[in-house]
Design a protein around this ligand. Structure first.
Ligand code: PA5
Length: 451
């Protein structure tokens, strides 16, 4: 059974017809990815990755975790772009939003079904203030650090790592700092690979045929997630399920949601739409939306093409950007990412669902909501918003995921990776390069006086 479905049944009939006509091209694009016959095909190692290395990696990392004999209660991931945002997406989608605070209370770990080790992040900007605050936090914990850069040349993580290496050595001494430092980088080349070798840090590879934003299910994401206690095998199984569906012979009457979503986006682009809102109703998905933004923005936004990806968290953003979505410039489409069944099993010790309680004199007038689950009201708000935005002239579709657990998230990640690649190919661009990112780097190096 598919773990998600794509629903565009509320879009007007003529747009639906255009989407339908585009589906064979979407399917061709998918075949070209599978057969490594597309632009950038040398970077399609992420496709069917679970079977080509992913499952093996899961067990290697589990072995590493089992043999890791240094106590830690915090994991610091140093990286930028695809080298950190996917980890954050998964950790926050499945974790507890107050994990760093709660982890300081020993009782919590005992009570909690899945007491994940907190993961914090650095190296995704150059803010001095932020780094000072991070160092203050590290002082309160026994951290390990995982520096991640495929190229090993990216300025934000490399500058941060230089500062953090000093911090760790000053605090723990060379030997212990060495044990507490893990490096994830290109299999063979780059400054980080040489540093790892010279300093004898434990090092993990990023496969050369998998680009940064497609790398979350390699050691880039799996190492910190495994060390934090997430079920990486289930994540991989979810991704495997999606790739297996795509590799099964498909009869022409059955269209896969990866192709449907890509065709919806391309049809919208041709109709003059320029922005896609991904709307979501669980705040814990905000990092996942950041990951989606990076995936789509960097894969599709080139040669003057590409829908600009933005995220709206509802109902929060209904009280700000909702106004624009309803009534502003009509160059928008909106995709609602909804979760059919809330999964509370990952939450620390929280067994009881929340229903709206009875209050004697109904002084707040909310009696009509009594006894309903809060998540049911949240779903209704999404439904009401979708109807309103459709009426306001925004083509709306929905991606409905079964629930929030490792398997579903692994599946969703693979879904977006495939659909995004199809979408970029339909737009006529190479999904796997990012030439635009180089320009600022050149300017920065020149301003800072690098040879
Ligand atoms: O998708 C990409 O390739 C980029 O976003 C990279 O992930 C990002 O620039 C970081 O690169 P690196 O891992 O080489 O430091």
């Amino acid at each position: 059974m598919r773990l998600l479905n794509f629903d565009d049944s509320h879009i007007d009939a003529s747009t639906q017809e255009k989407i339908r006509k585009l589906l064979p091209s979407a399917k061709d694009a998918l075949d070209n990815i599978i057969n490594k016959n597309c632009a950038g095909s040398e970077y399609t190692g992420w496709f069917n990755w679970p079977k080509h290395g992913g499952f093996d990696l899961v067990s290697q990392l589990q072995d590493f975790k089992d043999s890791f004999d240094t106590y830690y209660d915090l994991i610091l991931v140093i990286g930028v772009g695809g080298s950190y945002v996917g980890t954050k997406a998964i950790a926050e989608s499945l974790g507890h939003q107050y994990v760093t605070t709660l982890s300081q209370y020993p009782d919590h770990a005992k009570e909690c079904k899945k007491p994940f080790t907190p993961i914090v992040y650095a190296g995704q900007h150059l803010s001095e203030t932020s780094l000072i605050q991070l160092l203050e936090l590290l002082d309160k914990f026994q951290p390990i650090i995982n520096v991640i850069s495929k190229t090993g040349t990216t300025i934000e993580p490399m500058v941060t790592f230089r500062i953090l290496r000093k911090y760790m050595e000053n605090r723990y001494g060379y030997k212990e700092a060495q044990k507490r430092t893990l490096v994830t980088t290109d299999e063979q080349s780059g400054a980080l690979r040489s540093i790892a070798k010279d300093k004898n840090y434990s090092a993990f590879p990023v496969p050369s045929d998998i680009g940064g934003r497609f790398s979350v299910l390699t050691a880039v994401g799996l190492l910190p997630l495994a060390l934090a206690g997430y079920n990486t095998e289930e994540l991989m199984a979810g991704a495997n399920q999606l790739f297996s569906e795509l590799l099964m012979p498909m009869d022409d009457t059955k269209v896969h949601p990866t192709a449907q979503y890509a065709a919806f986006r391309k049809t919208s682009w041709e109709a003059g739409k320029r922005i896609e809102i991904l709307a979501y109703h669980e705040p814990q998905l905000s990092a996942l939306i950041e990951w989606w933004k990076q995936l789509y923005g960097e894969s599709e936004g080139k040669n003057g093409q590409g829908l600009y990806p933005v995220g709206h968290c509802y109902t929060t953003d209904l009280h700000s950007l909702g106004q624009y979505a309803q009534d502003g410039c009509r160059n928008l489409i909106e995709t609602f990412l909804t979760i059919k069944n809330p999964n509370l099993s990952n939450l620390a010790g929280l067994e009881n669902r929340i229903r709206i309680p009875h209050i004697e004199n109904n002084d707040d007038g909310l009696g009509y909501l009594e006894n309903r689950y809060l998540s049911e009201i949240n779903q209704s708000a999404m439904e009401a918003t979708k109807m309103a935005h459709l009426e306001g002239g925004v083509p709306c579709a929905e991606i409905r995921l079964q629930t929030l657990d490792e398997r579903n998230i692994g599946y969703l990640i693979a879904f977006f990776e495939v659909s995004c690649s199809i979408s970029a190919l339909l737009m006529g661009v190479n999904p796997f390069d990012q030439p635009g990112v180089e320009q600022y780097k050149k300017n920065l190096f020149s301003i800072l006086g690098r040879d």
